[in-house]
Design a binder for this molecule. Sequence first.
Ligand code: ATP
Length: 430
Amino acid sequence: MDLETLVSLAKRRGFVFPSSDIYGGLSGFYDYGPYGVQMLNNLKSLWWNYFVRQRPNIYGVDSAIIQNPKLWKASGHIDGFIDPMVECKKCKGRFKEEQVDVKKPCPSCKAKDSFTKPKNFNLMMKTHIGAVEDDSSVAYLRPETAGGMFTNYELVRETTRAKIPFGIGQIGKAFRNEISPRDFIFRVREIEQMELQYFVNPKEANKEFDQLKEFTWRFFVNDVGLKKTSLKWHEHNKDERAHYAAAAFDIQFKFPIGFKELAGVHNRTDFDLKSHSEASGKTLEYFDPESNKKYIPHVMESSPGLGRLLLAALADAYTEEEVKGDKRVVLKLAPQVAPVDIAILPLSKNDKLTPLAQKVYKLLVEETPLLVEYDDSQSIGKRYRRQDEIGTPQCITIDFDSLEDDSVTIRDRDTMKQERVKIAELINHL
Ligand code: ATP
């Protein structure tokens, strides 16, 4: 399947829309529709449960998107978060240097020999705080969520009385002024990240790093349900990784555009706490009660992008099958990821079936945590097709027999097998 197929399904079925679509969209920005937002919420809560809630020594924070700009100076982003960019002198189109062959014509306007020499372009989004717009009021939208975890390191440690090793997790938006956003939600300018910063004893760094790699991998396979064959490791060589990182691996996913980064796992050494300690003047050393020695903890980072994860889940689940000579498109999403758990589909809309179907709907919505949808428009065949494309694992139909035998039919998304179940036993059965 190509990317266009997914883009079209995502729009047609209410997962992802171009941002401000009625105005022609805005490059690098997307909105999530009713099914997209539910899927994002599912993925976020899977991540939060696995990385934070179920771990006794991992704590959550929610730091502000705009922080004191000194943070980004100390982290190296103001000086170093750059991409080399070339510009076409004719159409003024800007491209990441690595994306174009400067000896060839401009891909936009086809002008020959039109590229400028590469210039460094900072990816941080700038804004001004308060009424005065001058250099003193410049601030930045965070380019990653990590910064707010390093600046809160000491406060979290003090308030929780955590001992090394411990971690801080955060889910939140980040902004990068990507020169050429592309490939749908793969490369955008407004990103949501789910990051864990894990603070460890330097002596344990290599062991902790290996464990975090495995831990992150297991999340994608066991919790999100991605196929193992769709994932692989990519180790950064020295030129690819940040100067301070002792090791960096990506988990790549087989996107329709090829194997590309889904998440990064990095050994960031003592770079972060040391830089922030020096720049802020606050000591971020840890006193180890066992050895009675002080050290600056090393940071192991696990950092998946939420939008890329949603794209990966859609791509992994997308299936085309032939059923009785017709093409069936079905999203075989893991139930915990799917935006709807159960669809209630009365065979037709009338004063006999509608009240019973509404009763079943109310029962499930009020008595279970399931995400239930009620749909009685169009033919039953079209409604099944719609639910298949949304990835709903089970559909319940209410037909005229239901009025006699107090039973409903449950249809399984993947096998399309149908089963008759008594309404009184429905909740237990589900
Ligand atoms: P890339 O090499 O693709 O630019 P990166 O190495 O800069 O990514 P990190 O800074 O490690 O990425 O960010 C962690 C995660 O955030 C990435 O693995 C990815 O899932 C997500 N991410 C980063 N940049 C973008 C973007 N522009 N659009 C969508 N997701 C992104």
